[in-house]
Design a protein around this ligand. Structure first.
Ligand SMILES: Nc1ncnc2c1ncn2[C@@H]1O[C@H](COP(=O)(O)OP(=O)(O)OP(=O)(O)O)[C@@H](O)[C@H]1O
Length: 485
């Protein structure tokens, strides 16, 4: 029954500790870091995490010795061994020593996070098997810094909505792609609400095993099911008076949806296995990257619950729809990273900045933040040139579909042109671009048909009359060339 997700990281390299810590924290995993094995072992005397990530080569106690000690004192605790020397020997020694996984450096950070998540699942399964007692995870309730960068008009709308809602306790539904800042906006809504002094509790529906969901939300009574050895308060009770942020609400199972609807309607609920109704006053902010209306149409999300949640909706645009925010965000993240790492703040050359601005950023602001962190750790100089950027970004084709050769280039050039015009503050840019585009297409088609309009119209996919009209509009009929009709 453990929903514990604390990981201890031990590495003598500060940058590695930092990168891992940040990435894991962002995935909702709590961390503590140690720069040597001895201090971790000392701490293990009084408390313990759910998993450990340890470097293999460290001054003093090395990773394998540490692994042995952990196995003795805490059998079954998953330990991931990382090593800069990805040789077979250390891999074998790690597994033989009982390591859960072996991770050679330089590692892909997503892989490291995924591996850690597997280790945590493993730990919770083991715990459920062995003692099956519920662990109450203390919510922090604290909302950290909620500085939100955004000058794009769509972000200004979001800020306005936060301001407008600041006197209310109304239910809000936030939607936007993953990494766009939905949780940050939810925190800001809480921080600027009458409940600011109360708890803000965030819960990600996608991260909770289905069978634990109800007890997580509503708690359970002692003896409610096998393993429920103690009463456990659910998140609703913990958030009483404050705000409960239900992330990835689209992933909520159907029966939990029904219970949630009842709580929203009645303001009360029963703990799992309980018979006494519990009254709470909780503000709900829900978020999703999914199209909830489509889920309703498919019968995967209750329509009545959807309407209850969809009182006020805030949409957070994807980063590629607000490219103008990219430079400011990068500056913000470089500053943040340099403070956290106590190193100099990186500056992008114009060329790198332009390059980064036109990428598609499928992981949105989170990906941008990770990139700034990566650059801060990996780039040696203060000025960041194209070659200092993460290799996967340099290889990335920002163009969807056919991305190579001539067909990719023209789209890329067009994108750059549009970017440039908008940066110069130009408006109605389609009024400039579309006639140029059409003229160019018509000229080229006519070239291929040696001036025959009827054939050119076929090549373009237009009717003959459309072509004539377009040519008139574009002032292309003065050349004297005529075709056979
Ligand atoms: N506008 C912004 N200004 C500053 N930081 C931001 C902004 N938007 C997002 N971030 C940062 O980007 C990271 C991802 O944001 P957040 O977790 O709020 O996204 P999300 O939409 O909730 O993601 P997911 O759907 O994957 O849970 C966080 O570290 C957050 O602080």
């Amino acid at each position: 029954m453990s929903t514990g997700n604390t990981v201890w990281i031990v590495d003598d390299d500060r940058s590695i500790r930092w990168v891992l810590e940040k990435a894991l924290n962002q995935s909702g995993i709590e961390t503590q870091t140690f720069d040597n094995g001895e201090s971790l072992v000392r701490k293990l005397g009084t408390e313990y995490p759910d998993a450990i990530i340890s470097d293999i080569r460290m001054p003093g106690m090395d990773g394998l010795e540490l692994l042995g000690k952990i196995n003795d004192s805490h059998p079954g605790m998953p330990v991931i061994i990382t090593t800069a020397h990805s040789d077979l020997d250390s891999a074998v020694a790690s597994y033989q020593g009982g390591a859960f996984e072996y991770l050679p450096k330089p590692f892909d950070i997503d892989e490291a996070v995924a591996m850690t998540e597997r280790a945590l699942v493993h730990a919770s399964e083991l715990q459920a098997q062995s003692e099956a007692s519920a662990v109450v995870e203390e919510p922090s309730g604290e909302v950290g810094s909620t500085e939100i960068i955004g000058e794009a008009p769509a972000m200004q709308e979001v800020f306005r909505a936060i301001g407008r809602l600041s006197h209310s306790n109304i239910t809000v539904l936030i939607n936007g792609e993953s990494g766009t800042g939905k949780e940050l906006v939810a925190q800001a809504l809480h921080k600027h609400s009458p409940r600011a002094k109360e708890k803000f509790i965030a819960l990600n529906m996608a991260a909770i095993p289905k069978e634990l969901m109800e007890s997580e939300l509503f708690g359970h009574e002692k003896g409610a099911f096998t393993g429920a050895t103690a009463l456990r308060e659910g998140r609703f009770e913990q958030a009483d008076g404050g705000t409960l942020f239900l992330d990835e609400i689209g992933d909520m199972p159907a029966d939990t949806q029904t219970r949630l609807l009842r709580v929203l309607a009645d303001g009360e609920f029963y703990r799992v296995g309980g018979h006494i109704p519990i009254k709470v006053d909780v503000r709900i902010i829900a978020a999703t990257h999914q199209d909830l209306e489509a889920l309703v149409t498919d019968g995967r999300f209750r329509e009545d619950l959807f309407h209850r949640l969809n009182v006020i909706r805030i949409h957070i645009p994807s980063l590629r729809d607000r490219r103008e925010d990219v430079p400011k965000l990068m500056q913000f993240f470089f500053n943040k990273a340099s403070e956290e790492l106590d190193s100099e703040c990186k500056v992008l050359t114009k060329e790198s900045e332009e390059y980064l601005c036109q990428l598609d950023w499928p992981g949105n602001v989170r990906q941008l933040e990770n990139t700034c962190r990566w650059i801060t750790v990996m780039a040696s100089g203060r000025e960041i040139h194209l070659e200092d950027l993460p290799p996967e970004l340099l290889n990335q084709q920002p163009i969807e579909g056919e991305a190579t050769g001539v067909s990719g280039d023209w789209q890329e050039n067009l994108r750059r042109w549009a970017d440039q015009e908008l940066s110069l503050g130009k408006k109605k840019i389609l009024d400039t671009a579309v006639p140029i585009f059409e003229k160019l297409m018509i000229e080229t088609a006519l070239k291929h048909t040696h001036g025959r309009k009827r054939d050119a119209a076929v090549l373009l996919g237009w009717g003959r009359n459309t072509l004539t009209r377009k040519m008139n509009e574009l002032g292309m009929n003065g050349s004297g060339e005529e075709d056979e009709d």
